[in-house]
Design a protein around this ligand. Structure first.
Ligand code: NAD
Length: 360
């Protein structure tokens, strides 16, 4: 571990508020900003090339706005950086923050290609800072419980895993779209969930997809409906269903089927009251989208990151290698889609250099 990193950790061990810089001021930055309004945190600046976005969020947080993210790294006091920018900026920003001795929380994906992932991970390893990747679903109580039950043998031997992942609507107009986007941007969460809940590596991927929902995705060469089949190292199988539209809200469910038992999560509802009459029963609609559905998980993942920055806790729950493994699976899915065949994961890239720390 570098001296600079040691100094930063020591400085924060006296429980002074951790000085944090925020890169990016869009949708997910606004979500994380809520959790950062905490006495344990002092936000020293927000950077976004969209000046009005930076100024709006900075005003809400009572901090300074910057147009250049590099300027935040010039501020000596910054101990931790939260990267919420567009995905293609992540690798460079993580590598620069790590090289400057700052602990980094980076939204998924860590990079849009494997070279970017590897350079970010190398920079983090060289400087010894904390890197935590934003796979927030690992902090969802329901999914975490499923992972524990599989890991403890509570369902016997895992045979099948099923993930349902439906967004209420496609991303906004300006959101980057391109070939492979559904796998690398949306399904990457589900691919990570498959590894996290099963506690296994995936060895082969087969995917089919269509462009029938979001004209912008189709024009950019991407799909918006997909079914991804997975073969795990043990021979267990997984299925992930993704769709960019859902009239009834944000639908996020996982089921594990084992030799002794089957377990699944239902969607937590914003309200628990059910009203029934002769026409049937009516419950609350689902949460609308990710900010509401995962509010608790987003807050818990940042709390875990900040604890890791202070040298507390078990370390990052989603590492650089986890980010690499999920991106490899997303790329394998895209190769399968284009070539119409089952793709061995090793063909795309070693899924990770697995260490037990990367799996539950
Ligand atoms: N974990 C999750 O549930 C989740 C949810 C949504 C988005 N995300 C991820 O968060 C990231 C941002 O997504 P979003 O939905 O907030 O998008 P967004 O378009 O709402 O916001 C992105 C912001 O980044 C800014 N930006 C672009 N290039 C930048 C750069 N070089 N430096 C600093 N800022 C830059 C843009 O101007 C924009 O304001 C993406 O990587 C996305 O995959 C994660």
């Amino acid at each position: 571990m570098s001296d600079i990193s040691d100094r930063r950790r020591a400085a924060s061990s006296g429980r002074a508020p951790t000085p944090v810089a925020l890169i990016g001021a869009g949708r997910i930055a606004a979500v994380h900003a809520k959790s950062l309004r905490d006495p344990a945190v002092r936000i020293v600046g927000v950077a976004d090339p969209d000046r009005s976005a930076a100024e709006r969020l900075a005003r809400e947080l009572g901090t300074d706005a910057y147009v250049r993210w590099e300027d935040l790294l010039e501020l000596d006091e910054v101990e931790a950086v939260i990267v919420c920018s567009a995905s293609d900026a992540h690798a460079e920003q993580v590598a620069a923050a790590a090289a400057a001795g700052r602990n980094v929380f980076c939204e998924k994906p860590l990079a849009t290609d494997l070279d970017g992932v590897d350079s970010a991970i190398s920079a983090v390893e060289r400087s010894g800072v904390v890197l935590h990747v934003g796979f927030n679903r690992r902090f969802d109580p329901g999914f975490a419980e499923l992972s524990r039950r599989v890991g403890s043998g509570g369902i016997g031997r895992l045979l099948q895993l099923r993930i349902t992942s439906r967004d209420p609507e496609p991303p906004p107009t300006g959101y980057p779209r391109g070939p492979g986007g559904l796998f690398a941007d949306m399904a990457i969460h589900d691919l990570d969930m498959a590894r996290y809940v099963s506690g296994e590596e995936v060895v082969a991927v087969a995917a089919v997809g269509s462009s029938i929902v979001d004209p912008l995705a189709g024009a950019a060469g991407d799909i918006d409906v997909a079914a991804i089949s997975l073969r795990f190292a043990s021979g267990a199988l997984g299925v992930i269903e993704c769709c960019r539209i859902s009239t009834y809200g944000y639908d996020q469910r996982v089921e594990v089927h084992g030799s002794d038992a089957t377990a699944w999560t239902t969607n937590p509802l914003p309200a628990v009251t059910v009203q029934a009459d002769a026409g049937g029963a009516r419950s609350s609609p689902l949460h609308r989208f990710f900010p509401e559905r995962y509010e608790q998980a987003y807050s818990a993942e940042l709390a875990a990151f900040l604890s890791a920055c202070r040298g507390l806790g078990a370390g990052p729950a989603a590492s650089g290698n986890d980010a690499r493994a999920a991106l490899v699976l997303a790329q394998a899915a895209q190769v399968s889609l284009l070539e119409g065949r089952t793709v061995p994961v090793a063909e795309v890239g070693s899924p990770t250099t697995p260490s037990t720390a990367d799996l539950p």
